[in-house]
Write a protein that binds this ligand. Structure first.
Ligand code: BG6
Length: 491
């Protein structure tokens, strides 16, 4: 669907996200001729830079983040820069909004989007100021970047504040994991085929593992991260969204509310933790010094500005359960961490053991079927099956059916932000969280946060460059299972 002409206003327009992700994503779509010729990007920032200074700033801070560097040629880049206008204002001071009012085109002919890539404590003020200057019109859209709250109350407050100015159908809450190609492929896999859905339930699935592992440490985000931690930063949003897509009932259509209702039902069916079940089923860790890719890296507590006794977790592993007819008793193991052995995001669905062996091999020698859905670093699926080994004897061994999306479709990939920005500009809400989903996710994690706050014990240490603390293997090991990489044969 072709885009209509638009004014995209980026609050936080000179910030890190704009430079690293948003402008490179818009450039990539521009190069693919997706942007109407007169579409504009208005970057809003506090600094009194001139237009020329700002374009130089983008040149030195954003250009290097364009994924496909081969697509960067001077002509295309300079024509992209022509779309950008810099407006200096103090987002908290309505009296400074004049230049923005003057810059924007009348809304009748175009789509107008306000992207709030700012700290969330500014959301309320910016929305009020957009309302006071009559910029928040019934057809405009607002995009909210994470962190969307740090607990249930603050998430509710954001919903309330933004909701005073914008209707729910105008609000786009970003979770960039939903923009990843494989996440949408999971929808295609589940609901575009008859093969899996009949098996997609407790009768046939033994357990599900969802992992997002990163090699990077906290980087230069310590100020934010130390007050957040892995539970808030990754689990409450990205991991729970992946869990929802895996576990939801078939929505009646791909329309925003059908999908979001189905996800909400999962979030509301997650088994609540009590202080006892919580300590048994959740492991939190913090990285210590170690080696990643052969390079020595410091302990979290030795990162610049880190509090020496910080109790912030950089790793979480948990066993979650969903109390529904479809999923009762099926463990969902969720795990995320920084400074781990590899960069990896994947979902592993393990099916049950065969009920009886007709071969001269015991049932226990059959590897249960498993489906691995890879989001990162490459995108693909593997289905593990038992097959006969060649030769005279009837020996069965595990074999892999592999689908590499890049190889299969040979089409250029879109980064998550490219897709999500296009969806905002087209007015498609399916891949964005609704307010009640956000609150349901916080409601479920809140007892964990409260418990940790009152608990004096620190997260368990793990060496950088490993798969996390031993307690994480023990958590899944208690159920007679292993994380996927632990079960893989050595190379
Ligand atoms: C962000 C987190 O939401 O996701 C970061 O704040 C994390 O801490 C990032 O590094 C991971 O995203 P991706 O797409 O690189 O896996």
């Amino acid at each position: 669907m072709a885009l209509s002409d638009f004014d995209l206003v980026l609050f936080g327009g000179s910030g890190d996200l704009a430079m690293r992700k948003l402008l490179p994503a818009m450039y990539a779509r521009d190069v693919c001729s997706d942007l109407p010729p007169t579409a504009r990007i208005i970057c809003v920032g506090r600094n009194e830079s001139s237009q020329e200074e700002f374009l130089n700033f983008i040149d030195s801070h954003s250009k290097q983040h364009i994924k496909d560097q081969e697509s960067v040629d001077e002509h295309k880049w300079s024509s992209f820069l022509k779309r950008i206008t810099y407006v200096a204002l103090d987002a908290t001071d309505v009296k400074t909004y004049g230049p923005l009012v003057e810059t924007l085109r009348p809304e009748e002919a175009i789509t107008r989007v306000y992207y709030l890539a700012t700290p969330p404590h500014l959301f309320a003020q910016i929305c009020d100021n957009l309302a006071a200057t009559s910029l928040a019109t019934p057809n405009s859209r607002v995009v909210l970047e994470k962190p969307l709250g740090r607990d249930l109350d603050s998430a509710k407050q954001i919903n309330l504040d933004v909701g005073k100015v914008f209707a729910e159908s105008q609000i786009y809450r970003i979770d960039h994991y939903l923009g990843k190609e494989t996440v949408q492929n999971l929808l295609a896999l589940r609901f575009g085929n008859v093969l899996f859905e009949p098996l997609w339930r407790r009768e046939w699935i033994s357990d599900v593992q969802i992992t997002i592992a990163e090699k990077i440490g906290v980087g230069n985000r310590l100020g934010y991260y130390d007050t957040s931690g892995a539970l808030r930063d990754m689990l409450q949003n990205h991991l729970l969204q992946l869990l929802c897509i895996v576990a939801m009932e078939p929505p009646t259509s791909i329309s925003p509310d059908a999908v979001r209702d189905a996800k909400l039902q999962v979030l509301r069916s997650l088994k609540r933790f009590t202080p006892t079940t919580l300590s048994q089923n959740i492991v939190r860790g913090q990285y210590r010094a170690g080696h990643v890719d052969g390079k020595a890296v410091p302990s979290y507590r030795d990162e610049p500005d880190a509090p020496k006794h910080s109790k912030t977790e950089t790793f979480v592993a948990m066993k979650a359960e969903i109390d529904t007819w479809r999923w009762a008793g099926v463990p969902f193991y969720l795990r995320t961490g920084k400074r781990m052995a590899d960069r990896l995001a994947e979902i592993v669905v393990r099916f049950k053991q065969i009920p009886h062996s007709i071969f001269n091999q015991p049932t226990s020698s059959f590897q249960p079927n498993s489906l691995v859905i890879r989001l990162q670093p490459d995108e693909g699926l593997s289905l593990n099956l038992m097959a006969k080994t060649p030769g005279d004897s009837m020996r069965l061994k595990q074999a892999e059916l592999e689908l590499d999306f890049r190889e299969q479709f040979k089409a250029p990939r879109m980064e998550a932000y490219e897709r999500l920005l296009l969806d905002v500009l087209r007015g498609q809400l399916t891949l964005f969280m609704r307010g009640d989903e956000l609150e349901a996710a916080w409601e479920w994690v809140e007892p964990i946060l409260n418990h940790w706050e009152q608990d004096d014990t620190a997260p368990v240490p793990y060496a950088s460059g490993t798969w996390g603390p031993a307690a994480s293997s023990a958590l899944i090991g208690r159920d007679g299972l292993q994380w996927r990489e632990e079960a893989l044969p050595e190379d």
